[in-house]
Design a protein. Structure first.
Length: 414
């Protein structure tokens, strides 16, 4: 549209609702509307109430009022906002990211502001305002979409940088602790505080059902499993745990203010398995920073014994495999103990019966049921074991020797 002399296009008439220019009305109401929006944010979003008061009345209120006036400008010129016009909102989102304000709270705050601003615009609307009302609504939806994109992008960019820095610091701290570096040198180098004690864990995971087979679905399932286990460990530690995990397991160092009970740690492993839909087997010890390298080595040895002796999943400590652990140490007596059962080497059914008989606590009928044989067969085999080895499984003193001999044979891989 141009004037009669062919000059500049004539300005479009202002959008009106209830007989008043929308842009002018919104600008006039912006200070009071800002105050009411901020009051709602403090009442409905606890994370905003935790920010310093001067920040709320400064940056937060400033961004609210800036956005309201910006929308008024959009309505006045009847042109959507350009991508480069949202720098202040992006800067504010970046600052909230540094402060740890959740993204969902920030987006909710903008939704509250947009909704209250539109209520102010729509007050008193009449049927004759429909055309201007619809045009203004189109600008509002476009503005909200661009706000969401700009704010989310700025927030996630900062969080990615911060997460990389934090993750790098945690990995450096874990590497230093595993290497046994002096505590005094670790904190300055990593920028993280070293805890007084850690729960040292070696973990093993069974595959999730979705991990079976090739392709992206299996990789996604593996990452999801590890992420869920980490989340459970973080919650127990009250903050990010130090972990080196993959889909099969790994090592975790959980900073704790006081030594947790063994029952609490067993429950932790159970929760991790439930959360990740996997079976978790773990070995754990509690150690001061200087003792972490030795604790990691011991946990790995305990896990090896747990697997070799066929123990059930769950949490294990050294006390659970003490005999196996001691007999797995290099010793001249080890071969002698293992040799006590050498007469059974050519009779695997007798050795299997012996192991099952001990596992069933010398109950002949229970052993027979487990082996799917008659109880008299078990009795016969037990007698033959005694005849061949000179050790009677029914005699308490001999049972101790038999157990030790079985452990020795497992330790020697026999």
């Amino acid at each position: 549209m141009s004037d009669d002399k062919g000059g500049e296009p004539a300005a479009a008439p202002p959008l009106r609702v209830a007989g008043r220019p929308i842009a002018g009305h919104l600008r006039a109401r912006a200070p009071d509307l800002t105050r009411r929006v901020v009051e709602r944010l403090l009442a409905e979003l606890p994370v905003y109430a935790e920010l310093p008061p001067e920040e709320v009345v400064g940056d937060i209120a400033g961004v609210v009022q800036h956005s309201l006036r910006q929308f008024a400008d959009i309505l006045e010129r009847r042109r959507p906002a350009g991508d480069g016009e949202l720098a202040r909102q992006r800067d504010s989102a970046a600052q909230r990211a540094e402060e740890g304000v959740p993204l969902d709270a920030i987006l909710t705050a903008y939704q509250i502001g947009v909704a209250m601003g539109w209520d102010e615009v729509a007050t008193g609307a009449e049927p004759g305002d429909l055309a201007d009302f619809q045009e203004a609504l189109g600008y509002l939806m476009d503005f909200q979409r661009k706000l969401t994109t700009a704010v989310s992008g700025a927030y996630l960019e900062v969080r990615q940088i911060l997460d990389q820095q934090e993750h790098g610091g945690r990995q450096a701290l874990m590497t230093a602790l595993l290497a046994g570096e002096p505590v005094d040198s670790v904190a300055p180098r990593t920028g993280l505080r070293v805890a007084d004690r850690y729960v040292v864990m070696t973990l093993a995971f069974t595959p999730h059902p979705d991990e079976k087979g090739p392709g992206p679905r299996a990789r996604v399932a593996a990452r999801r499993k590890v992420r869920r286990v980490r989340t459970v460990l973080d919650r127990f530690a009250g903050g990010p745990a130090l972990t080196a995990l993959d889909s099969s397991g790994g090592t975790a160092l959980l900073p704790v203010p006081a030594s947790p009970s063994w029952a609490a740690l067993r429950e932790l492993i159970a929760r991790a398995g439930e959360a990740a839909d996997t079976v978790v087997t773990a070995a754990a010890e509690i150690a001061a920073p200087a003792g972490i390298p030795a604790a990691v080595t011991q946990c790995a040895e305990v896990m090896d014994l747990v697997h070799r002796t066929g123990r059930a999943p769950g949490l294990h400590r050294l006390a659970d495999v003490l005999l196996d652990y001691q007999l797995s140490r290099p010793s001249e007596a080890l071969a002698g103990l293992a040799g006590l059962l050498a007469p059974l080497d050519c009779k695997p059914e007798l050795r299997h019966t012996l192991e099952c008989y001990l596992a069933c606590e010398l109950d002949r009928r229970e052993t027979a049921a487990a082996l799917h044989v008659h109880p008299n067969t078990v009795a016969y085999r037990v007698r033959r074991i005694g005849e061949l080895t000179g050790l009677d499984p029914a005699r308490p003193t001999d049972v101790q020797l038999i157990n030790a001999a079985l452990v020795a044979r497992r330790s020697l891989g026999e």
